[in-house]
Write a protein of this length. Structure first.
Length: 496
């Protein structure tokens, strides 16, 4: 019954019946959801008495490790004599259809808790008003009532937030020792990681350079249909949710190049496409990506592309909101691949210019929150494009010349610029670190970072027995001589 302020006009009671049904229904679908919801809700938070009774039954089933579906719940309620009072089996099935596979249960629970808090404050206000307007009211007693009521409300708020504030908190020792120093990359190898587990990979480039082509090959590898992409291994996953927000029909045609009837079962069971815009803005609902992944049971999400899921890319608020959504998804153990575009280049921009992070379109927060950023440089339709690693996880990958076979939907690395191949071609003259850097980057004056990288590659070949190092001499009257590397004799003869 709604409380009366004393004026004869009942105060409407705050509640959301749909949210209550969604919470209970979600817990029926997936018993593990109860553990998260009980951190937010207390039994008295439900407005409908039937929902309170059902919630107690769900807690008991969870305690016993029993199923929480409509059949088990009906049996539990019948054993306590409450089944008919809550509406019987038909109402339990109505609740089960109110939510899907636990998706968004904590969000709905927050709504229920919000209304419960308002009802509690309404009741406090009514009690204080009635006490203050009663004949012979004592101000000291009214103040005491108000203080006690506010203290109770504060304790309730602390209990409500306790689960939320503790859910992702870990003591210092466990955080340091339980977090693995290194994990197997999603794509790449330890030391040369294109996509690290627990961090997002952003694939950037102008239109038509093969971002979706690379992405679809990574997806197929996550499904176990390919072992490698661009000569780098891909760790197999469970299920992929591909958000095809940008030209889904074109993407569907592209996938027909690489799949056939033999792949039908795998694609039906382990690959889900979301076509077109998302159901809500990530600015307003940053938890949406996590909810979508949970709804479809995906351990990998692909966004194609960022411009179609974020309002104004140049707005820092939009960038921060997206990064919030991204980090929530990653925190739940979902891997994320993002396709994005570069800034529009001026007429004087050279196609051979090395790309930098600043060329990624939009707020800096998009790249700041990404774990790895790969950039495909070229023009639309080019059969050969350059892959650059703009933000690295460990050692830089590339630059790699990537050859796209558009009719087949496949890509491969042009091995003609492989350091060992170049050493073999150089014969007995060998190569210096500067010469190797010049050939691999295409720049007459390689950057110090490129020189250091070339030296590391040559030293690695020496360590593996594929190259021989001839240490140079320091400068003098006749000038110095740079350290030079040649292919090991057995490797030269193998290709001669």
């Amino acid at each position: 019954m709604a409380p009366d302020t004393g004026s004869g006009t009942p105060v409407p009671m705050q509640h959301d019946a749909d949210a209550e049904m969604a919470v209970v229904g979600s817990c029926m679908y997936q018993s593990a959801v109860i553990d998260a919801v009980r951190q937010v809700l207390e039994p008295g938070d439900f407005y409908q008495p039937a929902h309170t009774t059902i919630w107690h039954a769900l807690l008991q089933l969870r305690k016993e490790g029993a199923p929480t579906d409509a059949i088990a719940l009906s049996h539990q309620l019948k054993s306590t004599g409450d089944l008919t009072r809550v509406g019987g089996p038909p109402y339990l099935h109505t609740l089960a259809s109110a939510a899907s596979v636990g998706s968004g249960a904590e969000y709905y629970a927050d709504i229920v808790r919000h209304h419960a808090d308002l009802r509690a404050l309404q009741a406090t206000a009514v009690r204080v008003l009635q006490g203050a307007t009663a004949p012979g009211a004592d101000p000291a007693e009214v103040r005491s009532l108000l203080t006690a009521s506010l203290s109770e409300a504060a304790d309730r708020a602390r209990r409500s937030s306790g689960g939320r504030l503790q859910r992702y908190a870990t003591d210092g020792w466990s955080f340091v020792t339980d977090t693995p120093a290194s994990t197997a990359p999603v794509w790449g190898t330890p030391g040369k990681t294109a996509w690290a587990s627990g961090e997002s990979l952003m694939l950037v480039g102008p239109p038509g350079v093969g971002k979706s082509t690379i992405a679809q090959q990574i997806v197929l590898a996550r499904l176990g249909l390919l072992a490698q992409v661009l000569d780098m291994p891909v760790q197999q996953g469970e299920k992929v949710l591909y958000i095809a927000a940008d030209r889904p029909s074109q993407l569907a045609r592209a996938f027909t190049r690489v799949v056939d009837q033999a792949h039908q079962d795998i694609l039906r069971q382990r690959l889900v496409f979301w076509s077109g815009p998302l159901p809500a803005s990530l600015n307003a609902e940053p938890q949406l990506l996590t909810e979508l992944a949970a709804e479809h049971g995906a351990d990998t999400v692909v966004i194609d592309s960022l411009k179609d899921v974020v309002g104004k890319l140049t707005d820092d608020e939009a960038g921060l909101a997206y990064n919030n959504a991204r980090q929530q998804l990653l925190r739940d153990g979902i891997e994320l691949l993002e396709l994005h575009h570069q800034r529009k280049q001026g007429p004087d921009a050279s196609r051979n210019q090395r790309p930098v992070l600043d060329q990624v379109y939009g707020s800096a927060w998009f790249t700041a929150g990404a774990g790895s950023v790969l950039f495909l440089n070229g023009a639309a339709g080019d059969p050969v494009v350059q892959l650059h690693h703009l933000k690295t996880v460990d050692d830089e990958i590339g630059p790699l010349p990537v050859i796209h076979d558009h009719p087949r939907g496949t890509s491969r690395v042009d091995t003609s610029l492989d350091p060992l191949t170049l050493l073999r071609q150089a014969g007995t003259h060998g190569l210096t670190a500067r010469q190797l850097a010049t050939q691999t980057t295409g720049e007459a004056n390689p950057r110090p970072a490129d020189l250091a990288k070339a030296r590391r590659r040559l030293e690695a070949l020496t360590k593996s027995g594929h190259a021989v190092q001839e240490t140079g001499a320091g400068g003098g009257a006749g000038g110095g001589q740079a350290t030079r590397w040649t292919a090991a004799t057995r490797h030269i003869s193998a290709v001669s």
